[in-house]
Design a protein. Structure first.
Length: 93
């Protein structure tokens, strides 16, 4: 019985040491921002699967296409004017 308790104690102490090491290394990476730097470098790489995305242009694509003219009738409801009055609504969100 003493042997079993000693083995459980040694394994528990080992698990505690491993948990402390994992926590300390994760905290170090979080504080230094090491993972974030590596992620950003990977995103800029030519091998990144997100590389095929195009950067968003500065001009709003909806300004070029005025396919909606007011007043509109949608599902029997008459809409008098566009409720979106601000020029750049995304910045306010």
């Amino acid at each position: 019985m003493d042997v079993v308790l000693n083995i459980i104690g040694i394994l528990g102490l080992g698990a505690l040491i491993i948990a402390a090491w994992v926590f300390a290394s994760a905290a170090k990476r979080y504080v230094t921002g090491q993972d974030l730097k590596e992620e950003m470098e990977a995103m800029e790489s030519d091998l990144s699967p997100y590389r095929h995305w195009k950067d968003r242009s500065g001009s709003d694509r909806r300004k070029n296409d005025r396919s909606s003219f007011f007043p509109l009738v949608i599902n029997g409801i008459k809409i008098e004017h566009d409720r979106r009055v601000r020029s750049d609504r995304r910045r306010l969100a």
